[in-house]
Write a protein of this length. Structure first.
Length: 429
């Protein structure tokens, strides 16, 4: 019996991509048909595009989980190599014609991606709405600034201290507040983010509103440069020193951020597949049921806050080491909202999804800079359209998508029930 099941699964994998299109059309027709007739013709093409993307994503996931380990690792290595070659001149000419591409890759793109992975631990895996995540980013940045300028510590020492202090800040925030749920927790975390920024603005020891300048760069690890050979000469990276840090070393900071992202992804995936990740999933789906089944929910929620905070602090340390100076206005509430939007838009609970969401949130405003003052309006319209036609996110995890369709909004119980994407279709039957 298992043999016939395996054969059918393989057959489904071979025909899956071709069958994705009729499946997507049927879903789009059902969703459009649940609305008023005049809107059908307008909505059907848009819904078909989004549903086609979703069907292809599901089919690819089915294919991917059947691949052997060696082929997966081959893809991972190729992705890392692609990341190393990403700052090439050929890519920059299209992706960022009006901005230095390597600098943009470091921040905001790289920084947003790493912050989104950290916030995904809290929001996507544990189902806790955190509107003050920028506070941990600020704590990491000020840790780098204070210990680097006032005590002369090395970047690598400060990075460890920043991780610890940010994690402790997560515990300090979570210990008295994590018994709250939904909107109340969101309000408390929002207040924590503002408290950190206002405290920094009013503390003379860390520069007050003027911030801290003269932050040291990380020590250069090597003067080695990419050789003038394939593939580096093909993409214009020959002569770049990836391990030498300085004021004009945008490439080396990008590679530092890339290495941090890879390390955090490995750590986050290991957590997701562990007992801790399963406990977070139970808390997210139904905290009361999880507690009745013996899951120490408070402990695991506190761990989620601490781990997410540590990742945010690491981003702050790396960012401050390149920025040279920081001020409290570098850490506004809108940054927390932007990273949360990236997590939800990309696909809460799915690391590749939140990375895609963070990339788009950071890149689209820069790519449409030629629109001038209207670029923010266009960017907002794109976000609204994505959330209307793809509410579960661009690349949602299958488990979170199922939660969304059950009416939990794809983010645990946030204090209100949100209708899933199939609700209108079901109501129209």
């Amino acid at each position: 019996m298992s043999n016939s099941t395996g054969v059918s699964a393989r057959g489904k994998g071979r025909a899956g991509f071709g069958s994705a299109f009729p499946v997507a059309y049927e879903r789009a027709r059902r969703r459009a048909g649940a609305r008023r007739a005049p809107l059908n013709l307008l909505l059907l093409p848009l819904l078909y595009v989004t549903e086609t993307f979703g069907a292809i994503n599901e089919t690819f996931h089915e294919w991917w989980i059947r691949q052997p380990g060696w082929s997966r690792w081959t893809v991972y290595i190729l992705l890392i190599v692609g990341g190393v070659l990403l700052p090439s001149e050929q890519v920059a000419s299209f992706m960022s014609p009006e901005t230095d591409w390597a600098t943009l890759l470091f921040f905001p793109i790289g920084g947003y991606v790493l912050l989104a992975i950290g916030l995904n631990v809290v929001v996507g895996q544990a189902g806790l709405l955190d509107l003050g995540y920028v506070a941990f980013f600020a704590i990491g940045g000020y840790t780098m600034a204070v210990f680097g300028t006032k005590y002369g510590w090395s970047f690598w020492e400060i990075l460890l201290v920043g991780l610890v202090l940010s994690a402790l800040s997560g515990v300090v925030l979570g210990a008295p507040t994590l018994r709250l749920r939904g909107d109340y927790l969101a309000i408390v975390t929002l207040g924590f983010g503002e408290i950190v920024r206002i405290t920094a603005n009013n503390t003379e020891y860390i520069g007050g509103p003027n911030g801290i300048g003269g932050i040291p760069h990380p020590p250069s690890l090597s003067e080695w440069a990419f050789p003038d050979a394939f593939p580096f000469n093909l993409v214009g990276l020959e002569g770049v020193q990836p391990l030498s840090y300085g004021t004009l070393s945008a490439h080396s900071y990008y590679y530092l951020m890339l290495a941090t992202i890879v390390a955090v992804i490995i750590f986050a995936k290991r957590l997701e597949r562990s007992r801790v990740g399963r406990a977070w999933a139970a808390v997210r789906e139904d905290e009361d049921a999880a507690e009745l089944m013996g899951v120490p929910t408070f402990k695991f929620k506190l761990a989620a806050f601490a781990i997410g905070a540590a990742i945010g602090g690491a981003v702050g340390v790396v960012y401050a080491s390149q920025a040279i100076s920081i001020i409290p206005n570098n850490f506004p509430f809108i940054l927390s909202a932007t990273i949360l939007a990236a997590v939800v838009m990309g696909g809460s609970g799915n690391i590749p999804g939140v990375m895609v969401g963070a990339f788009l949130v950071a890149w689209i405003p820069e790519r449409i800079r030629f629109f001038g003052e209207y670029r923010v309006l266009i960017f907002g319209a794109v976000l609204v359209a994505l959330m209307v036609f793809r509410p579960e996110g661009i690349l949602p995890s299958r488990q979170r998508k199922a939660e969304l369709e059950e009416g939990t909004g794809g983010m645990g119980s946030m204090g209100a029930e949100v209708a899933g994407p199939t609700a209108d279709a079901e109501a129209g039957r």
